[in-house]
Design a protein around this ligand. Structure first.
Ligand code: 5AD
Length: 358
């Protein structure tokens, strides 16, 4: 049996990187199992669901990896109407998801800010305060985060993308708007306001080493983060980073690397929420379920109306673009049942880590 005590009690960069590079299948499976057990013992073995609404693919940012970057003129831009968002929220509520996520391309401007505030308030009201709301609308000023928090959002997701400032710089334009420090400060502001704060990274990026990934795990711990969503980097042909595709490890290896990242994170941060992300499902139809067995405890089924799904392709071959919310839900339920994974219905599924921290 593998001994993980040292790693758990005193995680070092070297030990984490060694695990990430581990190729012995038996050992890797033991790691996944140990992390799965750790999750069951700490927070139980059910998964919590958050229905996700992709509010708009209009984005002011130009990240070099992302299919909906503002320079990509091939994308049909959309903005859901209030009625469409409220209908999705109603679906989440009636289907007993417990929580929803509103995600959007990053936008500034008072109209956008006020619109989110109003949506959050209305959804809270419409569901008698019973539906938890997570926002994922990019790096925003502190006052905006505060306004949305006061309106009723209590969780926020903002990925750091890579905790290595040099690698981060290679993934973003150097125009001052996309700075690493701005993003880091945004995460700190979210925590200060009181949000359950989530971040994450992409795994298998060109030029990324296992040491970078080990540093990402230590970054989450250092920042004392409440939730993490991380997934494999996936190519999008209409982005500048596509030019570096020859440098990538194969997608199946990116999947394994992501599962290892999830397991190691579970072992070093036992009580946080960890998402099994959609990008895993793009590589393996059961990728999310495998992540749950390896230590993740959150899944975010898509609730965006089918009409707009093809336009929210942050990477190529995003799964579920021909499905509606009903079908995404029933397929997920079937997969989870097949793998013996239970769902905790009607619960907010707050981060235990956040409860202890505050
Ligand atoms: N591959 C994988 N993940 C991506 N994201 C954006 N583009 C890609 C891509 N090509 C992720 C980023 C972002 C989240 C919403 O989607 O990490 O934070």
């Amino acid at each position: 049996m593998i001994d993980l005590h040292e790693l758990i009690n005193n995680p070092s960069r070297e030990a984490l990187a060694t695990w990430l590079a581990e190729e012995d299948q038996t050992k890797v499976e033991q790691l996944w199992e140990a992390a799965g057990r750790c999750k069951s013992e700490t927070i139980g073995d059910s998964v919590w669901l958050r229905g996700i609404i992709e509010l708009s693919n209009i984005c002011e940012r130009d990240c070099l990896y992302c299919g909906i970057r503002c320079s990509n003129r091939k994308v049909d831009r959309y903005d859901l109407t209030e009625t469409q968002v409220l209908a999705a929220a109603d679906f989440a509520w009636k289907e007993r998801y417990g929580s929803l996520v509103i995600q959007s391309g990053e936008r500034t401007g008072t109209d956008f800010v006020k619109r989110i505030t109003k949506l959050v308030r209305t959804i809270k009201h419409q569901t008698n305060n019973t539906l938890g709301i997570t926002l994922s609308c990019g790096a925003q000023p502190l006052e905006t985060y505060r306004e949305w928090y006061q309106a009723g959002a209590h969780r926020y997701l903002l990925r750091i993308e890579s905790s290595n400032p040099n690698l981060f710089a290679k993934l973003h334009p150097s125009d001052g708007r996309h700075g690493y420090t701005t993003r880091l400060q945004a995460l700190k502001n979210l925590k200060k306001i009181g949000y359950q704060t989530g971040t994450g990274v992409m795994i298998g990026l060109p030029g990324q080493s296992v040491f970078d990934l080990a540093d990402d795990l230590l970054f989450f711990k250092e920042l004392d983060i409440d939730m993490v969503g991380m997934g494999p980097y996936l190519e999008h042909k209409d982005t500048p980073l596509f030019a570096l595709r020859d440098q990538l490890i194969p997608q199946d290896k990116r999947l394994i690397l992501t599962l290892k990242m999830i397991s190691l994170l579970r072992l070093i941060m036992k009580d946080i929420n960890i998402a099994a992300t959609t990008a895993l499902q793009a590589i393996d139809p059961l990728g999310r379920e495998r992540a749950v067995l390896a230590g993740a405890n959150i899944i975010m089924p898509n609730m965006t109306v089918p009409q707009f799904r093809p336009n929210y392709q942050i990477y190529n071959n995003k799964p579920g673009i021909n499905e509606d919310a009903e079908l995404s839900k029933s397929k997920l339920e079937r997969n989870l049942a097949e793998m013996g994974i239970k769902i905790a219905w009607d619960e907010w599924g707050d981060s235990l880590h956040h409860q202890k921290r505050t």
